[in-house]
Structures are given as structure tokens and as C-alpha cells.
Design a protein around this ligand. Structure first.
Ligand code: ZN
Ligand code: FE
Length: 257
């Protein structure tokens, strides 16, 4: 079995498009479809035919390309059962705890309610990759629109248990602004300072900051670091539960300028 090729590219204002390609079978999947024209251009320049779309959630900036891509390629669209009615062209509904096979590889579905009610993430253990959509970002997490803060806490928590070398692919290039918030609550974290400087360098050169890794996020992402004494001290929540620290971080991030 040859290695899967991962191709990450920017599209819309701050979304990531992601294509997975199996050179052996030609199977090609888009993780979300933010923009049909952008995805098509990337496929065309590589000579790939789209066979699948893996949808993480129903927001327009993740599904807008679904129908046009399906019409062009006849690809099959896999997406969350809990919000299937909102996913254009969905063919196969999946839920947390389920596994399926794509291009001969196992894909595990993680339920991630919070940003939307039915948001899912896809984990490919053999590829050491997870597609987190708008649940977990590098140095941040998604806004809680449809679920509760407690749901989002539990959704993001699942990522802590993935192997540290797992590559984290997320839905948006938000890392630089996330870094500013992260430093505002944990200024003394040396790993975070180094990552923030690296992110500044990458963005100044117009490079992408993803994929990150779970190990790097565990060391730097405040939303995964609710047990950090420094974060707890900054928030004045030394004795609170991890869920409470998470909720306070998310509330502060919502109004952070
Ligand atoms: Zn979204
Ligand atoms: Fe989004």
C-alpha cells in the first residue's frame, strides 16, 4: 500500500481545503468542501478525480462546494448523521464510535457536538491524522454556536487521548490570533512562546500553520491545558473543575480583541 498524499491549501478568506489521495487506487477525498472552484482547481492541477467528501459539519464554509463537486465527479458524500438534513448531497451518515474504511484505511468517527450539534471529526490511526473541522484549532477551539460549553469541553477532550504524533488538520487558519489569546492566559509557557514566534514567521512568509500535532497542542493549546496552574491562576480559578476552566477560557476568547 502506498502512502496517502495529503494536500492542504487555503481557500475562502481563512478556510483550509484538504485533499487526500491514494496513488494506488486513485481514491481521492476532500475533507469538507469550502469552495467548489478552489477544490476543482487543486484536483485538476494534480490530475485527481474526486471520489469522496468527508463533511465535518453543516456550516456553509464547509459544505458550499458539495453539490457542484458531486455533479462534476459523482463523488460520494459522507457526513454526520445528527445533522444529515443540513448536509447537501449526503449519501452516507456516520456517528461517533463508528469506523469505516476509506482507500483501505480505517477511519474512526468522533462525535464533537458544540460548534454545531452534530459536528464530527475523522481520525485515521494508520495515517496518524485527525480532521477536526471547527472543533479543535491549532492553539484554539471552535466557537460554541449550537451546543453547550460542557459539550464542547468533552468534544475537545477526546483529542487529548490521540497519539501525540497525530497530525491535527483543522478547518481554519486562525493560529496567529489564537496565539495572542493563548499568550494572554499563559504568558510563561516556553513551548507556547516558541510556537507563537514560529507562527509569526510562517504567516509573515504567507505559509500555512497546519498541520499541527496533538503533542504540540497538548503543550501549547490553552483549551487542552485546563490543568495548567498558570492558566488557572490567570483566570482566578485555581480550585475549579477542568470543565469550568474550559468554559471560562471559551467565554474570554469570545470577547478577546
Ligand atoms: Zn463552522
Ligand atoms: Fe468554519
Amino acid at each position: 500500500m502506498s502512502e496517502l498524499v495529503f494536500h492542504l491549501f487555503p481557500c475562502r478568506s481563512d478556510n483550509y481545503g484538504l485533499l487526500l489521495h491514494d496513488p494506488t487506487t486513485g481514491a481521492t477525498a476532500a475533507v469538507d468542501a469550502p469552495d467548489a472552484a478552489a477544490v476543482m482547481a487543486e484536483l485538476q492541477s494534480r490530475g485527481w478525480q474526486l471520489t469522496h467528501i468527508l463533511t465535518t459539519h453543516h456550516h456553509g464554509d464547509h459544505v458550499e462546494g458539495n453539490l457542484a463537486l458531486k455533479q462534476r465527479f459523482g463523488c460520494s458524500i459522507i457526513g454526520p448523521a445528527a445533522e444529515a438534513a443540513l448536509i447537501p448531497g449526503i449519501d452516507r451518515q456516520v456517528s461517533g464510535g463508528e469506523h469505516f474504511t476509506w482507500a483501505g484505511r480505517e477511519v474512526r468517527v468522533l462525535d464533537c457536538p458544540g460548534h454545531t450539534k452534530g459536528h464530527v471529526a475523522y481520525h485515521m490511526p494508520a495515517e496518524a491524522a485527525v480532521f477536526a473541522g471547527d472543533t479543535l484549532f491549532s492553539l484554539g477551539c471552535g466557537r460554541v454556536f449550537e451546543g453547550t460549553l460542557d459539550e464542547m469541553y468533552r468534544s475537545t477532550r477526546q483529542f487529548r487521548t490521540l497519539p501525540p504524533d497525530t497530525r491535527l488538520y483543522c478547518g481554519h487558519e486562525y493560529t496567529q490570533s489564537n496565539a495572542r489569546f493563548a499568550l494572554s492566559v499563559e504568558a510563561g509557557n516556553a513551548a507556547l512562546q516558541a510556537r507563537a514566534a514560529e507562527v509569526d514567521r510562517l504567516r509573515a512568509a504567507n505559509h500555512l500553520t497546519c498541520p499541527s500535532t496533538i503533542g504540540a497542542e497538548l503543550a501549547t493549546n490553552p483549551f487542552l491545558r485546563t490543568d495548567s496552574p498558570e492558566i488557572r491562576k490567570t483566570l482566578g480559578l485555581e480550585r475549579a473543575s477542568d470543565a469550568e476552566v474550559f468554559a471560562e477560557l471559551r467565554r474570554r476568547k469570545d470577547s478577546f480583541k
